[in-house]
Design a binder for this molecule. Structure first.
Ligand code: F6R
Length: 615
């Protein structure tokens, strides 16, 4: 979490930094700040709240200069206020830093620095780091980059940092460990950012620093990269970005979340394209084929993930077990990594992550890797830490997801995991050829079916949203492969509208949550016709008997649930194991409308950040 931006070149830094911060605001929006060197001195502006507040604070203030750093914060150490905002400055006022990550041993370093006469304005670990850099610089009579390097060798934790010097308007030093950092290059211009979105309109050339690397950016010179620990030079690999500016703009939609919901026919299609070949009766997935023997002989698949990605993992559990008959365990990455899990060499660990940067998921796969398991990454961001830490993997091609609440990334994950399950199930001999071919053709129809769900239901969902926008609680029920969809529906509602919502397996309702049901309680039931249909009808009856308000997702030809429900949303029927790709969509739209009606900031819900790079 936290987003960092930097610029060194011949253009005015301020507009580049502000625009960059707005693109990275999804990473945190507790406060924002920037520091710009005008050739003589550094000026800083920072404010609690969003980037727009910072802009107002800097309006009519001098901010010219061609070197600058900027930061948007998701608070870890110290409450969100002006003082704790980045950039932070060393005690003498000379050095300025922005930082994404956590310095774990900051307390002991702070105590030692205090004894040496350093004073601290903020509660942050970052201010400790910049003072440590200053202390080493003063003591050691060395260039700034060497002082940064020495300081980084004393700290433990995670960082992506950029440091500038009041005495040198031509230099920026950046470094990375555990948090993302990319440098855009364009003939004499350096752009630094947490991801490439702040500079994609200026250059498509980018160097992604690896963990333990730092780079010196000097005006009119080439980037130089070396390792923090051993000071060895590294030849930077220049990536050619494929990201387009249109992909990261709202394109006429009121919110990114809505745009991303409506992009799903495309993002699912893109995630299947070139892989799902029904006419040739083939699924081509290079990563799976490279590790074919591991998958075919796996004793177990362990899926590790967090949040919405964990829900995608739960959907995959049903599909893998049914199709491939391999036992699957789905673990919260944060629990897995801290409980001494039993992992064997015959286990395949699948890490599911949109950002590819989630700290707990990353730590979980590092642990599993150290115990000999095969690690397979399902990530949306090429070059991300989880993708690089995996032995093999496959990307979801959802495109950039900017709304903090995950939508299109979820369906892309489910689509890719489904594809894997069909392939592995068939190759293991568990899925008969006739079934295999049926699934290939049906999965191929999913993008069109999603399009239909999107076009048919919006008005109906808006009317339902208007009715329940003031609800205080909501219950989501589903069975089988649609139980994780219920969890995901509840998560979407609570994170963007702040209504308390819970997802449950429908049959579990009577073991507790039924006590909550009264005439004010909306209960969303995923009740399509499938193997569990009759059971779900009974569950709907139980809700009705307690006067709960039923919002049901039903098959178009349904009569039984339609009779019981207060509101129905028709979703075309497909094979049960593919149904989450369709049933999820109306739940996303419902949450979106409710949040907008309640006046919530759907793209940037309170307290959240898109990329959770802290534990
Ligand atoms: C919810 C949401 C989060 C993420 C979770 C994992 O809408 O977006 O729950 O799913 O933080 O993030 P990734 O997938 O980037 O590892």
């Amino acid at each position: 979490m936290c987003g960092i931006v930097g610029y060194l070149g011949s253009k005015e830094a301020y507009p580049i930094l502000i625009k960059g911060l707005k693109r990275l605001e999804y990473r945190g929006y507790d406060s924002a700040g920037l520091a710009i060197h005008n050739g003589e001195t550094i000026r800083q502006y920072k404010r609690k709240g969003k980037v727009s507040k910072l802009e107002s604070a800097a309006e009519n203030q001098p901010k010219e200069g061609t070197l600058g750093i900027a930061h948007t914060r998701w608070a870890t150490h110290g409450e969100p206020n002006d003082v704790n905002s980045h950039p932070h400055t060393s005690t003498s006022g000379r050095f300025h830093i922005i930082h994404n990550g956590i310095i774990e041993n900051f307390d002991s370093i702070k105590e030692a620095l205090k004894k040496r006469g350093y004073s601290f304005q903020s509660d942050t670990d970052t201010e400790v780091l910049i003072n440590l850099i200053e202390d080493i610089f003063e003591e050691g009579d060395m260039p700034l980059e060497k002082a940064v390097q020495a300081a980084l060798n004393q700290v433990s934790g995670a960082y992506a940092i950029a440091v500038i010097d009041n005495e040198n308007p031509d230099l920026m030093v950046v470094a990375k460990m555990g948090s993302p950092l990319v440098v855009g290059l364009d003939n004499g211009h350096f752009y630094v950012a947490s991801d490439a979105t702040p500079f994609v309109e200026y250059t498509k050339k980018a160097v992604y620093l690896e963990d333990g690397e730092m780079a010196v950016l000097r005006r009119n010179e080439n980037i130089s990269v070396f390792t923090v620990e051993t000071d060895s030079p590294v030849e930077p690999y220049v990536h050619q970005l494929t990201l387009d500016i249109e992909q990261i703009e709202k394109g006429g939609y009121e919110h990114f979340m809505l745009k991303e919901i409506y992009e799903q026919p495309r993002s699912i299609y893109d995630s299947l394209r070139g892989r799902l070949l029904p006419e040739e009766e083939k699924i081509i997935m290079r990563g799976v084929s490279e590790y074919k023997e591991k998958f075919l002989n796996a004793d177990r698949i362990i899926i590790v993930a967090c949040g919405t990605s964990w829900h995608a993992g739960l959907v995959a559990e049903y599909i893998f077990e049914e199709m491939a008959r391999i036992p699957v365990e789905v673990e919260y990455a944060s629990e897995f990594r801290y409980r001494n899990p039993i992992i064997n060499e015959n286990d395949v660990v699948i890490a599911v992550s949109q950002s590819g940067e989630t700290a707990d998921t990353l730590a979980a796969i590092k642990l599993a890797k150290s115990k000999g398991a095969t690690i397979f990454g399902v990530c949306n961001i090429v070059g991300s830490s989880i993708a690089r830490e995996s032995h093999a993997g496959t990307f979801t091609h959802a495109g950039p997801e900017i709304g903090v609440a995950s939508t299109k990334a979820f369906t892309a994950q489910v689509a890719v995991l489904t594809l894997m399950a069909i392939k592995i199930g068939y190759e293991r001999g568990n899925l008969p050829k006739s079934e295999y071919i049926k699934y290939l053709h049906e999965l191929n129809r999913v993008p069109d079916m999603v399009e239909k769900v999107l076009t048919c239901n919006n008005d109906n969902l808006y009317a339902i949203a208007e009715k329940y926008a003031e609800a205080e609680n909501a219950l989501y029920l589903g069975r089988g492969v649609n139980f994780p969809v219920a969890l995901e529906g509840a998560l979407k509602l609570k994170e963007i509208s702040y209504i308390h919502a819970e997802g449950y397996p429908a049959a579990e309702m009577k073991h507790g949550p039924i006590a909550l049901i009264d005439e004010n309680m909306p209960v969303v039931i995923i009740a399509q016709k499938n193997a569990n249909y009759e059971k779900v009808v009974s569950n709907a009856q139980e809700v009705k008997a307690r006067k709960g308000k039923i919002i049901a997702i039903i098959s178009p030809d349904d009569t039984e649930v339609r009779r019981l429900a207060d509101h129905t949303i028709e979703v075309e029927e497909t094979y049960e194991l593919l149904s989450p790709l369709l049933t999820t969509i109306p739940l996303q739209i419902l949450s979106y409308h409710i949040a907008v009606i309640r006046g919530c900031n759907v793209d940037q819900p309170r307290n959240l950040a898109k990329s959770v790079t802290v534990e």
